[in-house]
Design a protein around this ligand. Sequence first.
Ligand code: URA
Length: 267
Amino acid sequence: MESALDYSTAKALLEWQIEMGADEAIGDAALNRYELGETMPRAAASPTVTPQPQSGTAPAETGTPAARTDATTAAREAARTAQDLAGLRAAMAAFEHCDLKSGARSLVFADGIAGAPVMILGEAPGRDEDREGRPFVGKAGQLLDRMLAAIDRGRDRAEAPVYISNVLPWRPPQNRTPDKAEIAMMLPFVERHVQLAAPKILVLMGNTPCQALLGRSGITRMRGHLTQALDLPVLPMFHPAYLLRNPAAKREAWADLLALKAQLKEL
Ligand code: URA
């Protein structure tokens, strides 16, 4: 006798799948990957750094040290030869050493106006950004736009623009935090991106860009303290996704926005 799932069981099963990270339908028929075994094509050329899907936590560094060194050297060379932002985007699109690329739909490069005095660096695209191919378009991005509007700035405001990008251009599985190897591998691209976009000040949103450019994290202590990196003034701030989860921290974020506005007047 055929047994149909009742509504609440089906809903609970769906919620469990989403919780486990199966949040997108990518094919009509289920694939049994145990049966496919070794016949599955490998996604990316070696050496690679293989991401470990673990929701909400940064996985341990992956790949052998030699593979990580090769990948970073390749990134440095590719970034160095990019002459402009279009060239950098093309170099990143052609970069095959980061396994995140094979799990993402889009390369999320940047948004806003290149050459703007403020460059904002986030962590990595989420699901909405991966779909649209633009950084900060989901809920956190909408909050970021409101925060910028509060100091009369915006990604589309020609008279007071910002330029927005991320440390990683590909969405990590289940939006997990990028690991140190992934950050180190993509850092040459980030550094060249900043050099080519030539902002007057960099805003680092959350721990990942702080880890990438300042070599340390601890945003609660670092936020609001102006520092230097890549020969530029740098302002760490709370990530808007953190502010969505912790609205009480908007008070500090507002103080940091005012500091940014004041700093921009001096540059
Ligand atoms: N969070 C980020 O850090 N970057 C995005 O582009 C979106 C969400």
